[in-house]
Design a protein around this ligand. Structure first.
Ligand code: SF4
Ligand code: SF4
Length: 282
């Protein structure tokens, strides 16, 4: 799910000086703490182009090289969906996103999430299915190119996943702390878009019930799309979903550092400090 083409994107010279801002979706550069953006993220062991985990027998089990760690369906927040739609760069992932939006496949104002059918399958999997079960492959994966096709705006879970770190456990801990921080930021920004576009906290909590569900009725375990009336209610009168997501992108594009700090509040600032602290411990 993580870095599967970052080594392809970056030349060897760049890799030796790589900073977090190079692997983060560009939208974050306007407002994330400069010290966080400049953190070194050089990782030479997790060679995603030639997936380490598909050939290194020291892991408890190996992944298939054409699936890697992308047997996962990430949440893509509203503003990132809007970014992909606005930039409109041809990719199988963008086509899949459009298809999901048009067919009510769990495309919510807060973002696009895995349908219940996928969530159920993912929860029921055996540990070794991760990296091995092609049915779990991310819908945004480019099978022909064997890499992510929405890399520039992939979700933060994907951005911060590394199967091995040059810094051992301290490095993996850093990535986990960064993931917590970025997940918090991602949701805070998606919520800010909803607030600015007239959704109430209740509207948001109604949508979040669809994210990370743990108990499924039998009908839900096979559910791929939302019923028309449910979808309509959740969208609160918005009919042009593409335009809505693009508005979200425009909102986040305009944010400066001060506005961002207000949005993430003291909890976000604390998490930010923790990221810097764990980076130093590596
Ligand atoms: S969004 Fe990209 S990196 Fe993330 S799981 Fe899908 S294909 Fe992999
Ligand atoms: S399993 Fe490891 S090496 Fe393979 S793509 Fe994922 S993070 Fe990269």
């Amino acid at each position: 799910m993580g870095c599967n083409d970052r080594t392809a994107t970056l030349g060897a010279k760049t890799k030796t000086t790589m900073q977090l801002n190079v692997i983060l979706p560009g939208i974050y550069k306007n407002f994330l703490n400069a010290s966080v953006l400049k953190l070194s993220v050089v990782e030479t062991k997790a060679t995603c182009d030639n997936c380490l985990r598909s050939r290194d027998k020291r892991f408890s089990y190996t992944y298939q090289s054409h699936l890697k760690c992308c047997t996962f369906h990430p949440y893509i927040p509203n503003f990132a969906v809007g970014a992909l739609l606005t930039e409109n760069l041809a990719s199988p992932g963008l086509e899949k996103l459009k298809q999901k939006i048009n067919s009510r496949e769990f495309a919510f104002p807060v973002g696009v999430i895995a349908p219940f059918e996928y969530q159920f399958k993912f929860l029921a999997k055996e540990e070794s299915d991760f990296g091995n079960d092609a049915d779990l492959l991310c819908p945004y994966y480019d099978i022909d190119k064997n890499k992510c096709s929405v890399w520039q705006y992939r979700g933060v879970v994907c951005t911060s996943f590394y199967c091995r770190s040059d810094y051992g456990q301290d490095g993996l801990k850093f990535w986990a702390v960064l993931s917590d921080y970025l997940s918090y930021v991602e949701m805070a920004l998606a919520e800010e878009c909803l607030v600015q576009l007239d959704f109430s906290p209740r509207d948001l909590s109604d949508q979040l019930l669809y994210l990370n569900k743990l108990d499924f009725e039998s009908s839900e375990a096979v559910q791929k799309t939302l019923a028309v009336e449910v979808d309509k209610k959740l969208w609160n009168g918005y009919e042009n979903k593409i335009e809505f997501y693009q508005k979200c992108f425009a909102i986040i594009q305009k944010l400066d550092r001060n506005q961002f700090k207000e949005i993430i509040g003291s909890q976000g600032i604390e998490l930010e400090k923790e990221v810097i602290d764990y980076a130093k411990r590596r």
